[in-house]
Design a protein around this ligand. Structure first.
Ligand code: MN
Length: 330
């Protein structure tokens, strides 16, 4: 996923201290990406920049056109579907998680991988990678899922770039809940995906009538977001396309559903480093960002994505005012 906004505002993250349990509903906003794609952006949002090391969450439900519904799987028959040209990343990991459809991933390491529903596409940019994402030729009628970024802690932000594809993820079942652990650890089940800070990302499927409690880590902060259907998380009814920030300090999370529904649970140790997020980069200083932008523009550092039918993305202009590293809360 690329941030395709023409004038991306600097999203700034980090902070100190842990909150206790809270129930803070934060509606996402609809963001147009290019001419044919609209997404629901849940993080960063008006109130919060990060949840653990999770620093960016888009639900790219609507890939048909600007006029389409913002929420729910969209019919992309006869449309190009997702077409994200080669673009760079730095200082983060990207997580692709689909419920429907397929995305063909290419990167500057030479990876060529179709990521299918309920498979983890995990790209670690480290200090530099470039990739493209597209709906494969002859793609199916729907594309539905989430695109997420994880900030790399300072000690690992220059790590070697890597792409991982995991098709056998651990699943916890019980009480009407089925939890697939995409990344990190949940209730003793650990994803094979490489992580660089203590965190979890899980896909939760609730069947109608579910009323259960999921064991969670009181030292983590958590947020839940709805993918489809409606569910109740810690007593809060969550409409699709909203994010519920839960804070820290829980050892279990009550989950209820009257209808079949699915949501994602994101969590982690509060990310205390201050970072700068601009376009597709996570850095620590204005100079980091300026250098990354210049390196992409001049064709150095990030390598070349081969095989994509089209031009690579140009970096947007930097904002006229300086970028400052900020904390995780606004
Ligand atoms: Mn990307």
């Amino acid at each position: 996923m690329s941030n395709l906004e023409l004038r991306p505002a600097p999203g700034l993250c980090g902070g100190t201290g842990r909150t206790g349990p809270v129930r803070d509903v934060q509606p996402g906003k609809q963001v147009p990406l290019g001419e044919s794609t609209v997404v629901r952006r849940l993080l960063p949002n008006l109130g919060r920049r990060m949840v653990g090391a999770w620093c960016f969450v888009d639900l790219p439900h609507c890939l048909k056109g600007m006029g389409g519904a913002p929420i729910g799987p969209d019919d992309i028959v006869g449309e190009p579907g997702m077409q994200v040209p080669p673009h760079p990343h730095m200082g983060l990991q990207t997580v692709s998680w689909l419920h429907e459809g397929e995305v063909l991933h290419r990167d500057s390491l030479g990876s060529l991988q179709t990521v299918r529903p309920r498979e983890l596409g995990l790209m670690t940019s480290g200090r530099a990678i470039a990739h493209s994402e597209e709906s494969p030729h002859g793609h199916g009628p729907f594309l539905h899922g989430a695109q997420l970024w994880v900030a790399l802690p300072g000690a690992h932000r220059d790590t070697a770039p890597a792409f991982e594809h995991h098709t056998d993820l651990p699943v916890l079942n019980g009480g009407g809940l089925s939890a697939t652990v995409l990344l990190g650890e949940l209730d003793g089940a650990t994803s094979p995906g490489t992580t660089y800070s203590p965190l979890v990302g899980a896909d939760l499927t609730l069947t109608a009538g579910t009323d259960t409690r999921l064991p969670v880590d009181p030292d983590f902060e958590y947020a839940a977001l709805t993918i489809s259907g409606e569910s109740e998380v810690d007593g809060v009814r969550l409409a699709p396309g909203t994010l519920l920030y839960l804070g820290c300090g829980r050892s279990e999370l009550p989950l209820r559903a009257d209808t079949d529904s699915s949501l994602m649970l994101l969590g982690g140790e509060p990310f205390e480093e201050h970072i700068i997020m601009w376009w597709n980069f996570v850095g620590r200083s204005q100079e980091d960002i300026e250098t990354a932008r210049a390196d992409w523009t001049t064709g150095s550092r990030f390598g070349t994505v081969h095989g994509y039918d089209g031009d690579r993305l140009a970096a947007p202009e930097l904002p006229p005012v300086g970028l400052k590293p900020r904390g995780r809360v606004r």
